[in-house]
Write a protein that binds this ligand. Sequence first.
Ligand code: THU
Length: 296
Amino acid sequence: MKLLWQIDTAVEPSWLSLMQTAADCALLMEGVTRPCAVSIRLCGDEEIHEINREYRSVDRATDVLSFPTVNYPCGVTAGQADKLLRRELDDELDACMLGDLILSVPHVLAQAEEYGHSPEREAAYLIVHGLCHLMGYDHIEEDDKRRMRAMEEKILSAIGQTREGTASVSDETLLALAKKAMERSYSPYSGYAVGAALLCADGRIFQGCNIENASFGLTNCAERTAMFKAISEGAEEFTAIAIAASGSAPWPCGACRQVLNEFAPGIRVLVTWDGNTDEASLDQLLPHGFGPKSLQ
Ligand code: THU
């Protein structure tokens, strides 16, 4: 999912990373295969109050506001509305515009404290709630409300965010998130898109894509993008990395094996291509590797 950010109130970068993963997962769980886009504004209570008053005639601040572009028929959600989504295809974005979300940062902080969980988790919950609205869910009737809550739970628990805290993320979800990350690949020179999703021991997921450069040698692979994002956000322990591409099994290149070996010598490596999957451990992929221990 392409997220178009407008950040008026600064937040921790970890919020944004979790919101991106939650948004990708929302499309996966809903069964939307088309690339989609959503604009997300993070602001203060005054701004959200103003928008609520102007567009909904509700004279108060709130936590999240959603403005869908698609007018879903009663009972229909995005997964069953491919034709309607196609109408929202934005040529420049090369994605279907689902609508706008506005999130109040002070509400996220206050609600996180009230419920006793992290602000990232609250931000992810509110984004998922808003995205469900953009995908045609609502909570006016009891039945609809149950359906919407079930979808919210499905999305959040797939990325390990449950009411009880963090849960395990399945290989299937990790592989699907790697595949979603391919959409963000910048590979005009090779035309070979690669996506990765790195699962940390603390439950965080970092996605990455390959980023090429006109000076070819400066290209960064998807696996290293995910790993460098994770390291720069303070992650230290890693459980698995999923890698997605098309054509053939995207086993990591030598440079990526070496970088993975630096931080996660025993990591499980999962690959997916054209509907196939395979798995190996890094020990198998880099036997007799050179690493931090070699210098001790
Ligand atoms: N690539 C990766 O992203 N990961 C690998 O492990 C192998 C190669 C990318 C780099 C380049 O953008 C494209 O694939 C073709 O080499």
